[in-house]
Ligand binder design. Structure first.
Ligand code: 6PG
Length: 626
């Protein structure tokens, strides 16, 4: 066993000292009575019958914590009996011991404990003491629960059995599943891992994986679903890292018979938010929780700290929160890039829009690259330098950083990029964002154009033999102009993406917190950037990033650069759908230029669809006999 600090917690009379000392003996480690760690002032207060305040307890908890840290530093375990009645106390005890600490909770009702104490001749427990303890008791979500009506020997046996069980399960050892499993194990979570058995292609995957990484030495591998489920503490917490869609439904059907009420399935794949809602409702009938969870950051993020977006039943979220928070990326203030998003499939909804924004961010970089490479005639290395420099300042983003690296990658004397087939793939989330935006009547024009740019790249090959007449004229642009155009296009992309989230939140009554969402996207995820940090601050006071004057100022400041960028690219015959979408969106903000009125007139002309007038009140409709 890895070194552990085990805290047997609970109210007075729950048997924590008896169980703790028996457990220490069984595990051959030292036992510590929490009461021995009170500072003098507390002892004085207690002996004068003065109740301790939360502030009084800080020093006491810190001293126990220090002892725990000392034991771990010396590669030792220890068992402590300590009431630890409140969540905040347990947090204090866990400080820097998050990976090693384990709570055991002998659980029973107030009546049972009172009766037990009354029956013990040597021990008198005033009922008001128990009253006050129960009034502040916040039951732990992640402790090993032991039934205190059993004999101490039975309680010990149950504790040992439950300690051997895993705290968390993970299904699906693909790239993301493996990285998340290692991240969980690195953060002290005892795991059960399941991978399906497919003769010839997927055999013994979980055990082979476990044997390859030191941090998984405590983990158990399975190919039998029932054994896998039985290997976990209840309520079970199981991360599903399997293919979205049909496979997820099929897997749910297979695992469901082995699950109990209150078990939690966490779907970490890129599932459609409507599927997530359906699955939540379906499993709810059996009392099983389903938490749809967006996970972003790719393979490396999953291993070192992804951005995590869980949604569904809030109580179910609370039971998995400590595990998710431990593995999440941290923002600049050290806060976890994991937060409860909202009900239903809202976590998968925002992950979907995240990916849509990602599509447009990637396409914008591609269009900037095209202009620099073809119009400005710069080499990949030179463009890489430009990206690197931008990445030092307010344009800093993960996608710009990796693009700068990509441009320098060589294969022999060749730039690897030039050897990559010019066809962009996709797995569907950009498509869903586009469909959703159109269904909701929202102009996510940049995401849509970026998606279609990928589709166009796939049909291009078909027309490769057509003799296209070209009349390209290359106008070298100032790097500053390109930079400003790119800056503005990114602002528009984020404005459109977040507005989509805002409107969905209103339509579905999710009550989403845009500031928190953008905050958990400042690190760990693919679209992390300095702009995201600014946006998160803006959403603390506004619900639209255009409401922030300093951001909107940039629309005016960089508009002419964006226009110049588009004109130059068009002159060079470069495909720039996403920059054009940004430019069009800005142009459309100008209320002086009217084009929708003629659409309304046409509709009224041929179909008597009516129109509203500028000189009449809104909501009044007119028809003309044209
Ligand atoms: C992330 C990524 C991740 C994945 C997408 C890419 O946030 O970590 O978005 O979810 O890379 O599957 O989607 P496409 O294959 O559609 O580009």
């Amino acid at each position: 066993m890895k070194s552990k600090i085990i805290i047997v917690m609970g109210v007075s009379g729950s048997g924590k000292t008896t169980l703790g000392s028996m457990l220490a003996e069984k595990l051959n480690t030292d036992f510590f009575d929490g009461d021995d760690f009170h500072p003098k002032e507390n002892i004085a207060k207690m002996s004068n019958g003065i109740p301790l305040t939360d502030d009084d307890r800080i020093g006491w908890l810190d001293r126990i914590n220090e002892k725990g840290v000392e034991l771990i530093q010396n590669n030792k375990s220890g068992v402590f009996a300590c009431s630890a009645l409140k969540e905040s106390y347990r947090k204090r005890l866990s400080n820097t011991l998050e990976k090693e600490i384990l709570f055991v909770y002998p659980k029973g009702s107030q009546e049972v404990i009172q009766r037990r104490m009354d029956a013990r001749k040597d021990h008198f427990m005033p009922s008001n003491l128990l009253d006050s303890q129960f009034s502040i008791l916040e039951e732990p979500k992640n402790a090993i629960e032991i039934d205190l009506t059993k004999t101490p020997e039975q309680m010990l046996e149950d504790t040992i059995k439950k300690m051997a069980l895993s705290e968390f399960g993970l299904v699906g050892l693909g790239v993301m599943g493996k990285s998340l499993a290692r991240n969980l194990a690195n953060n002290g979570t005892k795991l059960s891992l399941f991978n399906r058995y497919v003769k010839g292609s997927e055999e013994g995957i979980a055990n082979k994986f476990i044997n390859s990484f030191e941090e998984l030495s405590d983990a158990q591998g399975f190919e039998d679903l029932e054994d896998f489920v039985e290997s976990m503490q209840t309520p079970r917490k199981i991360f599903l890292m399997i293919k979205a869609g049909k496979e997820t439904d099929e897997f749910i059907e297979k695992i469901k018979p082995f699950l109990n009420a209150e078990d939690v399935l966490i779907d970490g794949g890129n599932s459609h938010f409507k599927d997530t809602k359906r699955r939540i409702e379906y499993l709810e009938k059996e009392g099983i929780y389903f938490v749809g969870t967006g996970v972003s950051g790719g393979e490396e993020g999953a291993l070192k700290g992804p951005s995590i977006m869980p949604s569904g039943n809030f109580d179910a979220y609370k039971t998995i929160e400590p595990f998710l928070k431990k593995i999440a990326a941290k923002d600049k203030k050290g806060l976890d890039c994991c937060t409860y998003i909202g009900p239903e499939g809202s976590g998968h909804f925002i992950k979907m829009v995240h990916n849509g924004i990602e599509y447009a961010e990637m396409q914008l970089i591609a269009e900037v690259y095209a202009l620099l490479r073809y119009s400005n005639q710069m080499s990949p290395d030179e463009i890489s330098e430009v990206f690197k420099e931008w990445n030092q300042g307010e344009l800093k983003s993960y996608l710009l950083e990796i693009s700068s690296e990509i441009l320098t990658k060589k294969e022999g004397d060749n730039c690897l990029l030039d050897m990559i087939l010019d066809q962009a793939g996709n797995k569907g989330t950009g498509n869903w964002t586009t469909v959703t935006a159109t269904e909701m009547g929202m102009p996510a024009t940049m995401i849509t154009s970026a998606l279609f740019a990928r589709y166009v790249s796939s049909v291009r090959e078909k027309y490769g033999n057509l003799s296209l007449i070209t009349e390209q004229s290359f106008i070298k642009l100032e790097i500053e102009t390109v930079k400003n155009a790119y800056s503005l296009a990114r602002i528009i992309n984020h404005q459109q993406g977040f507005t989509l989230i805002k409107i969905a939140s209103e339509e579905y009554r999710w009550n989403l917190n845009l500031s928190e969402i953008s905050r958990i996207w400042t690190n760990g995820c693919i679209i992390r950037s300095t702009l995201m940090e600014e946006i998160s601050a803006v959403f603390k006071h506004n619900s639209d990033i255009f409401d922030d004057l300093s951001i909107f100022e940039n629309v005016n400041k960089f508009r002419s650069a964006l226009k110049t960028f588009c004109v130059s690219s068009l002159m060079a015959e470069l495909p720039i759908p996403t920059m054009l979408a940004a430019n069009d969106f800005v142009n459309s903000l100008n209320g002086e230029i009217k084009t929708a009125n003629i659409i309304q007139a046409q509709r009224d002309f041929f179909g008597a669809h009516t129109y509203q007038r500028t000189d009449a009140e809104r909501g009044k409709f007119f028809h003309t006999n044209w």
